[in-house]
Each structure stands twice: as C-alpha cells, then as structure tokens.
Design a binder for this molecule. Structure first.
Ligand code: XIL
Length: 384
C-alpha cells in the first residue's frame, strides 16, 4: 500500500496503523487462494500431505474438504487408524472411520499413509494384559501384534502406499523407550512389527516415525536400527521426522539429519508438520510427547483474540526457511505432511496445554490460506 498523506491521516484517525504499514505478503490477512494449489506447486519435488480427522474423511466438514481436495495429494488419518480406534477391545475391529478415509482418498486419487501400527500411546491397556489383568506374556503380545497388523495393514494392502509401522520407540538420548512393547517383547519388537507389516502388505512402503529426529543421538540410533533390519533382510523404506516445531525450527540439525538418512539409503519424510507460535511450557521437554498436559495459564495463551503481527511474521519466516531446506533436499525427501488442515482443528490448541488458541498451520480459522502460502508456492517454482 502506498502511504499518501490521506492514508496516513486515515490510519491515525482510525487506529489502523499496523494495517497501513505492511504490504500483502507480510499481512496476517488471508489471501485469495483460488488460483494456487500446494500439491501442484510441489508436484515436481515431493508429495504434500495432510492429516485428516473423522469429519473430514466422511465429508461432513465441507469447508475443510474443499481445502484438502485442492491442496493435498496424500492423506494420513489423524487418529482413525490408531489401535484404540481400530481394535478398542480384543478382536472387536471397528473400521468404519478408516474405511471412510480410504474411500475418500481413492475417489479423489490421493495417496494414503497408514498411521500407525505399533505405538505406546492410544493403545488400550487390554493389549498388554492377560485374562487376569497381569502383564501379557511375550508370546501373547506378539500374537496380538500380528493379528492387529494383519487385520489392519492386510485390509488395505492394495490401498495404502506406506505405513508408519512403529511410532516413537526411542528416547531423546537414543536408548529404547521403556514402553510395554519393549518391556514385554524385548528389543526385537521393532523388527517383528516390520516383518508382520511386510507379510500383511507386501507392496506397502514401511516407515519408522518419531519426533525430534533432528537430534543426532536419537536419529543415529534410528538409523542404526534401520540398518540392522536391512542387514537381516527385513524391509524398511524410510524415516519420518514428525516436525512439531516452534517458530525457531532446528534448521541446521535437521539438515544434518536429512543428509544422514539419505546416506543410509533411506527416504526421509516430514510427517506431522506444524509450527506453534505459543511458548512451550517446559523448554526441556519439547517434542511431541502426547502425555504432556499443563494446566491452562493465560500467560501461555496470548493470542486468544488474534495473533500479533510479529508472531505471524515469525511463523511465516519459519515456514519459508523450512521449505527452502526441504526443497534443497528434494531428492532425498519423499513427502511433507501437515498435521491438520486449519487452525480450527489443530491438536496444538490442546497440546501441551488444553484450551489455547494456536496458529500452527497454513489455513486460518476462516479456512483461508495465510498470506505466506503464496510465498511457499513461489518458492517451489524456483527449484527445477
Ligand atoms: C495426536 C492427534 O493429533 C490428537 O488428536 C490426539 O488426541 C493425540 O495424537 N505424534 C503422533 C500423532 O504420532 O499421532 C499425534 O497425534 C501427535 C504426536
């Protein structure tokens, strides 16, 4: 906007100073996106995916569906393929929501990523218990793992392109997480999961998925695990870094981790990207441990009535920096998936503190693309 004496006067009078001092590309205002498509812009480079919820998969959330149809070529179920959704009690399989997602993806020609077969979260207690409520034996848990994987990955073996076979099995220091899976089965629970997944869905790509894999200690252990599987002839295709970041994403470390994955002959994916603009309540524990649950405090929820201009600019910069990195490594990166469609339904409004107003995604609460989305699209065209 050109600042004439009249506009300066009007701005001062009406108090719209900030809206008079920045141009469209730095505005927090949404832009008209009818002429852009993320999936088209990034098609030469990598897939652009999104995690969708039940209402989006079954078409009830129509405003989100418009965005999904236009901008994303790959779908992940945000929750509907997790153990608690698929097999809430023993041998009681509930595929309705997952089927809806698969049918939607097939009818719109989108890839499907399965999330997730083996995880310590969102897995009911019964899985780890015997009939008397004691810890299940190794044999019992392995047979449950196999039954579950065959039922789920087997059902969609011709539809699902790739599976997050194991989710979050490592600690930050690279040791194995003390989950019930590890405790009951032992170290080989990861390889068993990959073996069963390959048997159930021989054509599916198989991935290991985790957060904070930009941290060298954690990524080094994951790569060593993957090399170990490969040495035994067990299929593993790639590694997913979830990518739940803040407005200062760890660019340099992430770059090194992408290089390591590529050097190990594995594909890299960013599988759950979102960028919180809110302060993390415990800076020593940043990541994506879903069990974190801090009591709501106003000082941690400053943008309940709208994001500040400076935070918006930080968000835009973080996204642009990350996508410049992803584009630089486009040969090694297969897919970038966002964890949610719009700021309306992002899990980050409720994690790690319930009831906040966060702004981590590309689409705002009015289902409009944020202005910087155009910059991401423009960036994509700078790379051949
Ligand atoms: C989250 C979902 O977005 C929430 O709706 C749910 O309540 C908890 O799980 N890492 C993962 C995802 O691998 O499955 C998690 O998804 C976010 C962290």
């Amino acid at each position: 906007m050109k600042l004439t004496i009249t506009t300066v006067f009007l701005c001062l009078v009406f108090g719209f100073v900030s809206s008079c001092t920045h141009n469209k590309s730095t505005s927090t205002q949404a832009s008209n996106t009818t002429d852009i498509s993320l999936q088209s812009a990034f098609a030469p480079h990598f897939n652009i995916g999104v995690a969708i919820n039940t209402q989006q998969a079954n078409g009830k959330d129509r405003q989100s569906v418009v965005i999904i149809n236009r901008h994303f070529d790959t779908l992940t179920a945000e929750n509907d393929m997790k153990w608690e959704s698929i097999q809430p009690s023993s041998n009681n399989f509930t595929f309705e929501a997952a089927d809806a997602l698969v049918n939607y993806a097939k009818s719109t020609n989108k890839n499907i990523i399965g999330h997730t077969l083996v995880w310590h979260q969102q897995t009911p207690d019964w899985v780890f218990e015997d009939a008397n409520g004691n810890l299940a034996s190794r044999e019992l848990l392995l047979s449950r793992m196999k039954t579950h994987i065959f039922a789920l990955a087997g059902r969609y073996k011709d539809d699902i392109k790739g599976w997050d076979v194991v989710n979050e099995a490592f600690n930050e220091d690279g040791t194995l997480r003390e989950s019930k899976w590890l405790q009951i089965i032992g170290d080989d629970f990861i390889e068993k999961a990959f073996e069963y997944a390959h048997q159930a869905a021989p054509n599916a790509k198989l991935y290991y998925n985790d957060y904070n894999l930009y941290k060298a200690a954690k990524m080094d252990s994951v790569i060593a695990m993957a090399k170990g599987l490969k040495a035994k002839g067990i299929r593993i295709d790639g590694i997913g870094e979830q990518g739940h970041y803040g407005v200062e994403p760890p660019l340099k470390q992430l770059e090194l981790s992408i290089q390591k994955v590529a050097a190990a002959g594995l594909t890299m994916m960013i599988t759950e990207l979102d960028i919180s603009v809110l302060k993390f309540p415990d800076e020593n524990n940043m990541g994506a441990d879903i069990s974190l649950n801090f009591v709501l405090q106003d000082e941690y929820n400053p943008y309940a009535n709208g994001i500040s201009q400076s935070s918006y600019l930080k968000l835009a910069k973080a996204y642009k920096d990350l996508f410049r990195l992803f584009l630089t490594y486009r040969q090694d990166i297969d897919r970038v998936t966002f964890w949610g469609v719009s700021d309306n339904d992002t899990w980050r409004n409720n994690w790690p503190m319930n009831g906040r107003t966060d702004y981590p995604l590309l689409f705002d609460r009015d289902y409009q693309a944020k202005a910087f989305v155009q910059d991401l699209v423009a960036l994509a065209s700078e790379y051949q």
